[in-house]
Design a protein around this ligand. Structure first.
Ligand SMILES: [Ca+2]
Ligand SMILES: [Ca+2]
Ligand SMILES: [Ca+2]
Length: 468
């Protein structure tokens, strides 16, 4: 027999009349309570919204927010969160209030709390029921079992009238209790379910809201873009790799005039301020700009009086005088750069190495190369100036001094008017990224994409001539 827990235990010596009134009221309220339970189920609330003081404070907060009284709303929501720190509905409401008050950093902290919650599977629940001081960990097996409330029948304190009312089947939850390993029925009207996470749709909405807030925060900071260039000596080096892909061969001698290379990938706080937009998928002021087209990269560098590095300059810069496959040596120690490590969501993840970052990392999070340049390999891959030749291998015919890639004259043409009028549409990007494999970070590795493609692993850095 399923012993269904009760609101009040009549054996506690409570006044029988009081119990009667309470039970009678409850009986009439069963439908309403069931409806609210259904609402909670469909809303998949992570924090149960208890009736009483907190929900009225919540309502007052929403009212104040709707009236544009954000200071008051902030105080109401704060009061609720002091008691229910994990109520994601109130966390979201408070974040929106902070945004209105331009307290962006505080808004982000609240949104991060929601994003740190697990996404609800819809099955893992906590059961709050009277007679249990702690919620019970369980899996929801069936959310609508019609069963007779046996507990009412056994109750001697119940009047015949009330027992009669309980004769018919009433809605129950059937749950699997994790601790005892047993199935159990809980009377819906006396039970509240708490889902052990937030719904997937809520998580998506909060992540999008966070991106918006981060961009507002970057705009509010108005950081002046800085080039931070490192002067490189130029000179000759061996470009390409015998161990790599066919397009990296033949290894050939290239000599470069002195030039300057940016120390870091272009940060979003600079890009957004300079360009008035931020295409990045993973938003943060010190994160590298991602999802930027080659044209967007070129335009940013131009705006700062700079230019994209040529492919040869880029490889000279990444090597920093080294001839190994990577600037840190032959093999990957795991913490040299940001690639698709064990925390990465993609299929090409390297399961046994962890670099500390699931997506892009703030620029400069890893050791620099011998030239003092950061994230040349990994983090975001980087657009360079050169087109990728289609039918021939440019390395076979590349000039020794300051090569500029095939068809450099085509750069005069760009944008929508240019598409279709040119036969060459792919620009080269270099260095591998947070969503690629370790081997993609090899110094000699080449990749290409349509010059208007925006990919969440691709960013860039600028370069400049070195004026004597
Ligand atoms: Ca990583
Ligand atoms: Ca990089
Ligand atoms: Ca390649």
């Amino acid at each position: 027999m399923n012993r269904v827990p009760r609101f009040d235990d009549p054996r506690t010596g409570k006044d029988a009349t009081a119990i009667l009134i309470e039970q009678e009221t409850m009986t009439h309220q069963v439908r309403a309570i069931i409806l609210s339970a259904v609402f909670l189920t469909t809303a998949a609330a992570t924090s149960i919204v208890w009736a009483g003081e907190n929900s009225s404070l919540h309502a007052e907060g929403e009212k104040a927010f709707a009236l544009g009284k954000y200071q008051a709303a902030e105080n109401f929501f704060r009061a609720v969160l002091e008691k229910e720190p994990k109520n994601f509905l109130v966390l979201e409401a408070q974040a929106n209030t902070k945004i209105k008050l331009k307290k962006y950093n505080e808004a982000v902290k609240l949104l991060d709390k929601i994003l740190a919650m697990t996404v609800a599977t819809g099955r893992n629940i906590l059961v709050h029921t009277d007679g249990e001081s702690e919620p019970l960990e369980a899996e929801l097996v069936d959310d609508n079992v019609m069963a007779v409330d046996e507990s009412a029948k056994d109750d001697e304190a119940f009047s015949e009238f009330l027992k009669k009312d309980y004769e018919g089947p009433v809605p129950h939850y059937r749950v699997f209790l994790k601790k005892s390993g047993k199935m159990k029925l809980f009377l819906k009207s006396r039970t509240r379910l708490q889902y052990s996470g937030i719904p997937a749709a809520t998580r998506e909405k909060i992540a999008a809201l966070k991106s918006t807030v981060m961009k507002k925060s970057i705009s509010a900071q108005r950081v002046k873009p800085a080039a931070e260039l490192v002067a490189l000596p130029g000179g000759c080096f061996q470009m390409g790799s015998r161990l790599g892909d066919p397009d990296e061969q033949p290894v050939h001698k290239v000599c470069l005039s002195p030039f300057k290379m940016a120390k870091y990938e272009v940060r979003q706080k600079f890009f957004q301020t300079a360009m008035g937009y931020n295409p990045s998928q993973y938003v943060g002021g010190d994160l590298p700009v991602d999802s930027v087209s080659w044209e967007g990269a070129r335009d940013y560098c131009r705006k700062l009086g700079l230019r994209l590095p040529t492919e040869a300059e880029w490889e000279f810069a990444v090597r920093g005088g080294t001839q190994e496959e990577y600037y840190w040596g032959k093999n990957m120690p795991g913490n040299a750069a940001n690639f698709c490590d064990s925390t990465c969501d993609l299929n090409n993840r390297v399961a046994n190495l962890t670099d500390g970052f699931k997506h892009s990392a703030p620029v400069g999070s890893f050791p620099p190369n011998p030239f003092g340049l950061y994230d040349m390999s990994g983090n975001v891959s980087e657009w360079v100036q050169d087109w990728m030749a289609i039918n021939e291998n440019y390395y076979v015919m590349s000039p020794e001094q300051d090569p500029r890639g095939p068809r450099p004259e085509l750069d005069a043409c760009s944008g929508a008017t240019c598409v279709g009028s040119i036969s060459i549409t792919k620009k080269i990007y270099r260095g591998g990224s947070w969503n690629q494999r370790i081997v993609d970070m090899r110094s000699a590795n080449r990749k290409d994409a349509h010059f208007q493609l925006k990919e969440d692993g691709t960013g860039f850095r600028c370069a400049a001539d070195r004026n004597p």
